[in-house]
Unconditional design. Structure first.
Length: 207
C-alpha cells in the first residue's frame, strides 16, 4: 500500500521560536494557505493503519473471494444453486479465508454487514471468514456479460454513500466488480478499503 510521505523537518510554533512569529496575513493569503494545508496533509491521519480506517467507518472492504481451484470463470452449464457445478475454493483458499477472519477478530473489528455474490466461492469465503453472509446481486460475477457492469457499479456507489461513520461493511465479490469501482485489480483474498465516494484508501492481504 502506498502512503503519502509526511513533510520533512521540525515544525515550530511562534511560542517556541520568537523569530518565527508570522506577520498578519491578508484574508486572501490565509485562504490560499488553508487550501495548501488541505492538499498537503491527508484527510485521514492513519494512512497505513487499515484497522484505524475501518474503525473510523464510512467505508467498505471490497474483498475478492479467496484462492480457487485452477480455472477461469465457471464450467459450462454451471448453476448457482449447485456449488459442485462451479469453480470453488481450493483448500489453500479455505485456509486463506479463515486467516482473513482471524485478522478481523484479533483487532475486534465487527462489520455491520457481510454481503456476498451469489457464487459459492464468495459465499464460502464470507462464511469461513465471518460466519455469515447475505447475498446481494450487485456483487455477482458478470464474467462474459460486461454490459451489466455499469449498473452494478452504480449500485455499489449508492450503497457506499449510505454507510455511516464508525461503521463499515465487507463485500465479498469478484475481480471485475472491484476493478470497475476502484480502478485496480485485486489478488484472490485481497481487500480494498474504499470510502463513501468509492476512492481507494488502502489495499491489504490481511497478513
Amino acid at each position: 500500500m502506498q502512503t503519502r510521505p509526511s513533510l520533512p523537518g521540525r515544525q515550530w510554533s511562534a511560542a517556541q521560536h520568537p523569530l518565527l512569529k508570522p506577520a498578519p496575513l491578508a484574508p486572501d493569503r490565509r485562504a490560499a494557505l488553508a487550501l495548501l494545508a488541505a492538499w498537503a496533509w491527508p484527510a485521514r491521519p492513519w494512512a497505513g493503519d487499515e484497522a484505524g480506517l475501518l474503525r473510523a467507518g464510512g467505508c467498505a472492504v471490497l474483498l475478492r473471494h479467496a484462492v480457487t481451484v485452477p480455472g477461469m470463470g465457471d464450467p459450462p452449464g454451471f448453476r448457482l444453486d449447485a456449488c459442485a457445478t462451479q469453480r470453488n475454493l481450493s483448500e489453500e483458499g479455505r485456509q486463506q479465508a479463515r486467516r482473513i477472519g482471524a485478522w478481523f477478530s484479533s483487532r475486534a473489528l465487527q462489520p455491520r454487514a457481510v454481503l456476498s455474490s451469489a457464487w459459492c466461492r464468495c459465499k464460502d469465503t464470507a462464511d469461513l471468514a465471518f460466519g455469515r453472509h447475505a447475498v446481494w446481486p450487485a456483487l455477482n460475477s458478470n464474467f462474459g456479460d460486461r454490459l451489466q457492469q455499469p449498473e452494478q457499479t452504480g449500485r455499489l456507489r449508492e450503497a457506499l454513500a449510505r454507510i455511516p461513520a464508525r461503521q463499515f461493511e465487507v463485500w465479498v465479490t469478484h475481480q471485475g466488480n472491484v476493478s470497475s469501482l476502484a480502478g485496480q485489480g485485486p489478488a484472490s483474498g485481497e481487500g480494498f478499503i474504499v470510502d463513501s465516494q468509492g476512492r481507494l484508501l488502502a489495499r491489504t492481504s490481511f497478513g
